[in-house]
Design a protein around this ligand. Sequence first.
Ligand code: FEO
Length: 405
Amino acid sequence: MKPVELTEGVYWVGAVDWAVRDFHGYETTRGTTYNNYLIMDDEPTLVDTVKYDFADVSIRHIRNIMDPASIRHVVINHIENDHATGIDKVMALCPGATIYITDKGLKGLSRFFDLSAWKVRVVKSGDTLNIGRRTLRFVETPMLHWPDSMMTWVENDRILFSQDAFGQHIASAARFDDEIATCESMAMLDNAVIDYYANILMPFGNIIKSKIAEIVSLGIDPAIIAPDHGIIWRSHPGRVLQSYLDMANGKADLRVAIIYDTMWHSTEEMARFIAQGIKDEGVDAAIIKLRATPMSAAITEFWKSRGCLIGSPTLNNIMFPTVAEFMTHVRGLRPKNRLVGAFGSYGWGGGAVKDAYEEFKRMRLDMHEPGLQVLYKPSAGDEAACYEFGKAFAARVKEYHTQFS
Ligand code: FEO
């Protein structure tokens, strides 16, 4: 098997998980990869490990290049299970190696493994490790996206090992962005970046902005960005950096995501009339039914759109459960710079629309009020009200959107 080389002496030794579809609740329709890297120098260094189930695959890739017993250093950029649970299998092969990890990483990793037999060096931003011809520099990135997170910069090769940041959940035969451009498309890759950011990194926009600024101020100008998931950026590293900056600054499309569920199609009918009003106001609209859409895909639609309308019938005086579940996910992701509103049908007491606005208030989102309710089933008059509600919301979204352009 031909080793996958990023640049002379630096190899991808990770694993492709073609089958995973549920990544702690995030529906990974295209699978994923667990990337880790081997730097062949005077003192061979492994950057990250992989998920436990795939540790043997990664070790096979290492053996294809060298004897794992010769590994002198193991860098752990991030301790989440999909990256660090393979460490005991690696350390069993190179028990004399030293692990490099942040203080928070060490505290976390010690909850999963008995570290007493391993040599560990705690590192912080600015610390370096010389491995021969190369020097590695560590940059802590706390809460991007766990407290332990850090990146590793190799100045000599201008490679940034960025752990989860800049990754995507894509299983592919391609390892590099220029390869995927030949067999699939850059648009698919761009969308995978947005999908990953929306579902994993949305809460951390301010941290992302300040960390990218810090990276630039340190003179880090990567020729290659090597994340722990998906495609490695060697032709377009600037493209993914800019995409992250845009999203952290609140970038969204001038469109409205209508995200709803329905019991007997009344809220669904409302969604269609509202969408027509939005379209006639000159704004794009997408209608997303929650029970027909993976939750992570609905979250991405929300994130890509400047405006979002939530549609829910009332069930037992509160929101329909799938809508409540969606709102819980979104609240945890702490979105900003989105205009929201709500609508829905009810039979007697109502309550779903009021519930939705209470959630919006907890999220501190900008709201379009009042929402719209329809008794049992939209009448001809209700159809017109829905249409006008859609037009009015779209007009607000257009105005709101100008702040971000
Ligand atoms: Fe891919 Fe935060 O783990």
